[in-house]
Write a protein that binds this ligand. Structure first.
Ligand code: GLY
Length: 313
């Protein structure tokens, strides 16, 4: 890794939350501390309906969170999936990385671990998220007939999950990606999400899957993803983008090629990536829109908006 000034980058929803992490980097803090600190602020933001507190709930009205963190110096990583009742899943993921021999804990096991580590349980469903769930029920579920179960609890062959999910995937994914490099040249990448709005309970996207939604390696750089997670899982997208850089592509070429790979699946749903290379260059890309990301280094007064690329099908 070339010597670069410590900095952080983040997705659109991370902008002002980079101040906290950058301040830590300025004071000599580690990339892991910086990523965790900024991600926690996004998780606590009730206005972000795709991450943490205020995240839109699953099909049964429960907020279910996923997160992962990776240390590019050691390739250690931790992740949690389908966690209910704990807001700072990025910190729980970090604990999995640092305190356990495991990489991933999910569902009730992850919640048990969080409790054992002293995290406090809390309600994550805001009034706004509840209202959006209720309007979803009205729009998609309709009123069940007398004595009939509503369709969203009849998990039978007529459920039409695939078609229903396709309808939702246009605008129903959000996630935060934050990547940092510290004074030692160590890179850390973190991802946190409430996943697809109204997802099937237990559904995991790319965010907690290392290699799919998150990957970093000090030698080559880092990448993280947002969008329809199933597509990133199928392509091991974050790892693939880092591999493209490892094999000689520029960061721009690597991100563009990753988005092209997604387009070649010809599936519904958007994909976006955020990346840094081993020289400190940054990039973002999207299959669906003009892409931007936020950059802030230890000399910055405020986060700088950087343009990415749009790779159309
Ligand atoms: N990319 C977030 C998700 O699919 O859950």
């Amino acid at each position: 890794m070339a010597k670069v000034k410590p900095f952080m980058i983040g997705t659109k929803n991370a902008g002002k939350f980079l101040y906290a992490g950058t301040e830590m980097l300025r004071n000599g803090g580690s990339a892991i501390d910086a990523v965790e600190a900024s991600t926690k602020l996004v998780e606590a933001n009730p206005k972000d309906d795709s991450v943490g507190y205020g995240g839109v709930p699953n099909l049964l009205g429960k907020v279910e969170l996923d997160a992962s963190i990776m240390d590019g110096g050691t390739l250690r990583t931790g992740s949690v999936g389908a966690v209910k009742g704990y807001i700072h899943v990025i910190s729980i993921a970090r604990m999995v990385m640092e305190k356990t021999p495991h990489v991933m804990l999910v569902g009730s096991g992850a919640e048990l671990f969080a409790k054992a580590m002293g995290f406090k349980k809390q309600n994550l469903l805001t009034k706004e998220a509840k209202a959006s769930y209720q309007s979803f029920l009205k729009r998609y579920a309709g009123q069940p007939k007398e004595g009939e179960k509503p369709w969203y609890v009849k998990y039978d062959v007529d459920f039409g999950l695939r078609e229903w999910y396709d309808k939702l995937t246009e605008k129903q994914h959000g996630t935060v990606n934050i990547i940092a490099i510290d004074k030692n040249g160590d890179i850390c990448s973190g991802v946190s999400t409430s996943g697809t709005a109204f997802k099937f309970p237990g559904r995991l996207g790319d965010s907690p899957i290392i290699g799919a939604g998150n990957y970093c390696d000090n030698r080559f750089g880092a990448a993280a993803c947002t969008g329809r997670g199933e597509l990133a899982i199928r392509l091991s997208l974050a790892r693939t983008i880092v591999s493209y850089m490892e094999n000689g592509m520029t960061i721009r070429e690597a991100c563009a090629r990753g988005m092209k790979d997604i387009n070649e699946l010809h599936e519904k749903g958007d994909m976006n990536c955020l990346a840094m290379d081993n020289k400190g260059n940054t990039m973002s890309a999207s299959t669906a829109r003009e892409s931007i990301h936020w950059y802030m280094d230890t000399d910055s007064k405020e986060p700088e908006e950087r343009k990415g690329i749009w790779i159309k099908e």
